[in-house]
Ligand binder design. Structure first.
Ligand code: PLP
Length: 377
């Protein structure tokens, strides 16, 4: 048995979509296929503005530019997160302020975040870990009361909702990732969601090297020119074609992933009862997309035993985020951090099981059996 941790589900449907784009000479950036995919994403999520970007990381760069985040500003984010947010914040000369997570959901804790607000705080940037909504009611309330921008890192969240609303579209801004490890892939790709029309217009210009080429491409003006600062944050129609083919399969992909997620969840229930591990917790407000199945082993020793035991049996289970507050670059730029007990504990015991569209239910059952055996050794 050789089971990778993750594998994109690509076939003839995707190959044909890319071949068609080539045959039709659609390879440029921000072209007709990109606009079609943006319309599809807007419709799927109910967001007024969906802008494709080369990655979720760069969606954040564009947004920070548009919001005018700069030196002296502080942005609240979880330490249990990917590096993209912290890089985007530092790149603008602002300072990331690392917050603690809720041990049950592994999402940013609103109470801890509230305690870290200072007069310099401009933005609050929770992650929806594993495609499971964070406590958005609390963060929306906090953002409103303290007049902060709310940015949702919904990189893992296509198809996920909070009380019926699509994640990434609830705050002032949000993003999806279409990295090859996510549910729906473009190889590399992302999408920035914005609520405000003026900000979206500014982001469009930033994305197109500081020009109004976006309006030109839609036929709204007859030539385009340099109107502000910017970079190149558009994607090629070739990748948009691949993404469009994947989006057409969103329901099927989510359904099959959910089937695997449920097999794991049912299969590990007895181990949770025996106190050997803690299964993921889905709050009642969250409808998730089965992006990750992550449980916490009772001890670090058990986690190490599981990861190596599964690897020996050809099963690639992995750990996840290494807390950012103690990463070498954070220590260099931000100095010695205070302790984040829940974050450290989660990072030390987390196990993610393989989860992808084409993993079969039989394979998932076999993985459960292996976890059970290893736990009982
Ligand atoms: C994948 C991921 C990112 C980065 O996405 P890219 O498209 O690779 O830039 C950011 N945040 C989280 C939570 C992610 O899972």
């Amino acid at each position: 048995m050789q089971i990778p941790f993750s594998r994109p589900s690509l076939g003839e449907h995707e190959a044909e979509a890319v071949a068609r784009a080539v045959r039709e000479n659609r390879i440029g950036g921000n072209g007709e296929i990109c606009r079609r995919v943006e319309a599809l994403l807007a419709q799927l999520t109910g967001s007024p503005h969906a802008l494709l970007t080369p990655s979720a990381t760069q969606a954040m760069d564009v947004a920070f530019y548009a919001f005018g985040i700069g030196p002296g500003d502080e942005v609240l984010m979880p330490s249990f997160a990917f590096v993209s947010q912290a890089n985007a914040i530092l790149a603008r000369g602002a300072r990331p302020v690392f917050c603690e997570i809720d041990p049950q959901t592994l999402n940013m804790c609103p109470i801890d975040a509230a305690a870290r607000i200072t007069p310099r705080t401009r933005m609050i940037m929770p992650v929806h870990y594993a495609g499971v909504a964070c406590d958005l009611d609390a963060f929306e309330d906090l953002a409103r009361r303290k007049d902060l921008i709310l940015f949702e890192d919904a990189a893992q969240c296509i198809g996920s909702r909070h009380r019926g609303r699509a994640l990434g579209t609830i705050g002032d801004a949000g993003c999806y990732s279409f990295h090859e490890t996510k549910n729906v892939v473009a190889g590399e790709g992302g999408c920035l969601f914005l609520r405000d029309d003026r900000l979206a217009a500014a982001a469009e210009i930033i994305r197109e090297k500081g020009t109004n080429r976006g309006a030109f491409m839609r036929g709204e003006i007859d030539r385009y020119t340099w109107v502000g600062p910017g970079g190149s944050y558009v994607i090629s129609d070739l990748l948009a074609a691949l993404l469009e083919a994947q989006l057409e399969r969103l329901e099927e992909i989510t359904r099959e992933r959910t089937r695997i997620w449920n097999i794991y969840h049912a299969g590990l229930e007895a181990l949770e009862k025996d106190g050997l591990l803690v299964r993921p917790f889905i709050p009642s407000y969250a409808e998730h997309n089965a992006h990750i199945y992550a449980f916490r082993a009772r001890t670090r020793g058990l986690r190490a035993h599981l990861l190596s035991g599964l690897a020996t049996r050809g099963i690639r289970a992995t750990l996840h985020f290494q807390p950012l507050h103690t990463a070498p670059y954070a220590l260099e730029r931000l100095g010695t951090p205070s302790r984040l007990r829940e974050t450290d504990a989660a990072a030390e015991t987390l196990v993610r099981l393989p989860l992808y569209r084409d993993l079969s239910p039989a394979q998932a059952e076999a993985i459960v059996e292996n976890v059970v055996e290893l736990c009982e050794e």
